[in-house]
Design a protein around this ligand. Structure first.
Ligand SMILES: [Zn+2]
Length: 286
């Protein structure tokens, strides 16, 4: 499962297990992943300017999550939320067309698990997932400025210089083009839908999620969770889609789906509907 992980990402997971044991937790929770990441990669503070490790530890103590510490030799499992973080990190790496999964993708994965303690702490510390993605896909000049060259070697090889705008944010046009191509590769029928929470089945032993509701008949091993799948991301730009009746959330609560993946309304209208955006004018790409 960790084959794609960089050395730093592997060490961060190792540290998060240690942190979980120090907190006396039976699971590696998202907040332990966060502590593990920050121990391993100081650079991540660049994206959370309003905090430091001590402040985060203090905030965790305020949340009362600390128990007497357990032995580090116990092989603590990941909580369900942490498993989703790992899945989201892989999705983030895929969306950026990065072969490896690094601490930066895990950092984004934590922000994708909205409502988790780590997500809350990161956001109050000033983290903004759009900014992080932009830093990882922006122009090389920008990446060099913002990262002090840390990611530059890798990024400059994979960068295309042209960008285009989605949801008011500049994106790497080559990455978007690749995602649209992946979308077009399967001849799916896409339909406009409001996003509604989806029923899922969870395997009791492993905590793994399935959309095959027939598994729930085996109630000894599987549990049906009504509306357990609460959000998805645009396949092209990673925009969040979630259930909401609020008009202010309209761009988040409606998208297009092929029954499996989702595309936000903006990407659908811009890249999918009508003639192939990328084979025509390129007028939006700067
Ligand atoms: Zn989109």
């Amino acid at each position: 499962m960790f084959e794609r992980y960089t050395e730093k990402a592997r060490r961060a997971i190792f540290f998060s297990r240690y942190e979980a044991s120090q907190f006396g937790s039976s699971y590696i929770e998202t907040e332990h992943l966060l502590l593990g990441l920050l121990r391993e990669n100081n650079f991540l503070y660049h994206w959370i300017p309003k905090t430091n490790l001590e402040t985060i530890r203090k905030r965790l103590d305020e949340h009362g999550t600390r128990q007497p510490s357990t032995s580090i030799s116990v092989d603590l499992p990941l909580s369900n939320a942490s498993k989703r973080v790992l899945k989201f990190a892989a999705d983030e790496a895929d969306a950026l067309s990065h072969k490896h999964i690094g601490t930066e993708h895990l950092f984004l994965g934590l922000l994708d698990e909205s409502g988790s303690l780590a997500d809350k702490l990161l956001r109050e510390a000033g983290a903004n997932p759009e900014r992080v993605r932009l830093d990882l896909t922006g122009s090389p000049e920008r990446a060099e400025q913002s990262h002090g060259g840390l990611f530059q070697g890798r990024l400059s090889r994979s960068f295309a210089l042209s960008t285009l705008e989605i949801h008011g944010i500049r994106r790497n046009a080559e990455r978007v083009r690749e995602a649209v191509q992946r979308c077009r590769a399967c001849n799916w029928h896409w339909e406009k839908h409001r996003f509604t929470n989806i029923d899922i089945v969870i395997a009791k032993q492993t905590g793994k999620v399935s959309f095959d509701l027939t598994l729930a008949a085996d109630s000894a091993n599987f549990e049906l969770v009504k509306g357990g799948w609460k959000k998805d991301h645009c396949f092209i730009c990673r925009w969040e889609l979630f259930e909401s009746q609020d008009e202010a959330d309209a761009a988040h609560s409606t998208g297009y789906t092929n029954g499996h993946d989702w595309v936000c309304t903006e990407c659908y209208e811009k890249f999918w509907q009508g003639p192939d955006f990328f084979s025509s004018a390129y007028s939006d790409i700067t």
